[in-house]
Design a binder for this molecule. Structure first.
Ligand SMILES: [Zn+2]
Length: 270
């Protein structure tokens, strides 16, 4: 296994989504490659944060301001300039960006660590979704991520969450808060929608009111992501049987007509 192959599978590795053969190949590479072994805990740290994220708690305004001022200084001192997403750099400077990515990641991890310290002090988890976005955009320098919002439908009005995809690692995770409680064998199942086609993403795991669903692959070519309440206990094949409780549009990845197509396919489902 090459370092590039290792990197591509690293997201799935930390999410425990590899086949036994792939995991064995990864473990063998880890045992003899110090570079990859060093990168893995950093990715693990970021992925670990996802299910924890975003209790809607508003901190004191000055605390937040002080934190971001300090964070900005940290960014300036490690990179010599304010952080910019790798995606908007011209190609010729990408390599330079990559070389500095170790430092940028450390800055992002410092930010994450600082948040956790504040959380412990303040007795709260995360401030809010906007903080999560700022951390995500810092992390994007190293771990390129796309984020899409999910909103509850009439069947799950109080729920909201996000789908985050790590393009290089080909790993995505849906994190939802406030889904209605389920009873009996019922389960929440994730779906990708492309026109009238639905593709199952599997079942959500619910812990402390937060529902998470990691999956391997990308959302390329899909119009929307949906969550439905299914009879369970196993996943429903092919198309949702139960009500759709939350939806998110995957705009920007597919064609210009994607929003209309998604609206149409959602209208068919609801
Ligand atoms: Zn390697």
């Amino acid at each position: 296994m090459t370092c590039q192959e290792f990197e591509e599978l690293s997201g799935a590795y930390v999410l425990g989504a590899l086949t036994p053969e792939e995991k064995k190949a990864m473990d063998e590479h880890l045992a003899q490659c110090r570079d990859c072994a060093a990168k893995l805990p950093e990715l693990q740290a970021i992925v670990n944060l996802l299910p924890l994220a975003s209790q809607d708690v508003e901190p004191a305004a000055d605390l937040k301001q002080r934190f971001f001022t300090q964070l900005q200084q940290e960014q300036l001192s490690t990179t010599g300039r304010p952080s910019r997403r790798a995606a908007i750099l011209p190609l010729s400077t990408r390599a330079a960006a990559r070389r500095s990515s170790g430092r940028t990641l450390r800055a992002a991890l410092v930010a994450v660590a600082a948040v956790l310290v504040f959380s412990a002090l303040g007795g709260m988890l995360f401030w809010n979704l906007s903080l999560q976005h700022q951390i995500a955009s810092l992390s994007a320098n190293v771990v390129q991520a796309n984020t899409y919002k999910l909103q509850g439908t009439a069947n799950g009005a109080s729920s909201q969450g996000e789908l985050t995809c790590y393009s290089r690692q080909q790993v995505c995770i849906v994190v939802m808060h406030g889904l209605p409680p389920i009873s009996g064998n019922h389960v929440y199942q994730g779906w990708l929608l492309q026109g009238k086609q639905t593709t199952s993403l599997g079942l959500f795991t619910i812990r402390d009111g937060t529902a998470t669903l990691p999956f391997q692959g990308s959302t390329k070519g899909y119009d929307a992501v949906a969550i439905s309440l299914e009879p369970g206990p196993t996943a429903t094949p092919q198309a949702p049987k139960g009500p759709v409780v939350a939806l998110g549009m995957l705009q920007g990845l597919a064609s210009n007509t994607a929003p209309e197509r998604a609206q149409q396919s959602l209208a068919d489902l609801l």
